[in-house]
Design a protein around this ligand. Structure first.
Ligand SMILES: [Zn+2]
Length: 289
């Protein structure tokens, strides 16, 4: 068999999916990780290991990882911030392992894990500072960066968190997806939308995905989208995610980005089960929809 000419990467990505937590099609931790994993394994030199439904990988998996991806619930239940998990991640980071946190996983607990997130990916969803509206974000200008290879300007609806709490100096980090959220994404009520800081930034651009190199030499990406599983069906959205995962391993991102074909059937694979709904009382009016 012929080896891939000129390709020397042999990189392992550990992909950690949290438990199901939302209705089918939203926060599809398992389905998302399984699809991304399948696609990444088509890239020469890239290999993945998946850990599903909130299972925490054993030490050997961390030891052999060149990059670690988190797609899981955030807040108090964040997988990265249970028990001794922060120390395990910090140890991997210290040897230059790549780190990427997607969507809810960008949010550490309310009162802990903040410094870790700043150390690991330079920014985080800070409760009552960062907001989480749903809107169609327009990405009209993409920076020249390996992660944007093969990506064209695009727009797509997602729960694009913004007003991320970043390090004071973003040296060695840069915005990858930059958008100016519509003014109506800041509403008058709601603990996540009414904070004074975000109101001073109406009409300003925000980073909703960013990338850079840490002091320890590892590469990191924060990616705020990912609420809707169907967004992986969008070529540009998908390519940004896949290119990011290749880039954080320090492998070369393909010249046209990671190109895969996707079918509707693939997007329907491994979705979370529908939650059980209590049977309505006999006298109840017909269910909605
Ligand atoms: Zn969401």
């Amino acid at each position: 068999m012929l080896a891939s000419a000129g390709f020397t990467a042999d990189k392992q990505i550990l992909m950690i999916a949290g438990k199901p937590s939302h209705p089918p099609g939203q926060h599809e931790h398992n389905a998302g990780v399984l699809l991304l994993s399948k696609w990444l394994n088509t890239v020469p030199g890239i290999h993945t290991t998946t850990s599903l439904s909130g299972a925490w990988p054993d030490a050997a998996e961390f030891d052999k990882a060149d990059a670690i991806f988190f797609f899981c619930d955030g807040g108090e239940n964040h997988l990265a911030f249970q028990a001794d998990h922060p120390a395990i991640i910090a140890k991997a980071a210290a040897r230059g392992v790549g780190l990427m946190f997607m969507h809810f996983a960008t949010e550490p607990p309310a009162k802990s894990g903040h410094q870790e997130m700043l150390d690991w990916i330079a920014g985080f969803f800070d409760l009552n500072y960062t907001i989480n509206p749903f809107y169609e974000a327009e990405f009209n200008a993409l920076p020249a960066h390996p992660i944007t290879r093969g990506v064209k300007p695009f727009k797509i609806k997602d729960e694009w968190y913004y007003n991320i709490r970043f390090r004071e100096s973003l040296r060695n980090f840069t915005g990858i997806l930059i958008t100016t959220p519509p003014a109506d994404t800041i509403k008058a009520d709601g603990i996540r939308s009414g904070n004074a800081d975000v109101r001073t930034k109406i009409g300003q651009p925000h980073f909703v995905s960013w990338a850079g190199e840490r002091q320890d030499g590892g590469r990191s990406v924060g990616f705020n989208g990912g609420h809707y599983h169907s967004n992986l069906g969008d070529e540009n959205f998908r390519k940004i995610v896949l290119n990011s995962l290749v880039w954080i391993t320090k492998a070369e991102v393909p010249a046209k980005g990671v190109e895969v074909t996707v079918t509707p059937a693939e997007l329907a694979e491994n979705l979370d089960p529908k939650p059980m709904r209590p049977r309505p009382p006999a006298a109840a009016p017909p269910a909605e929809k």
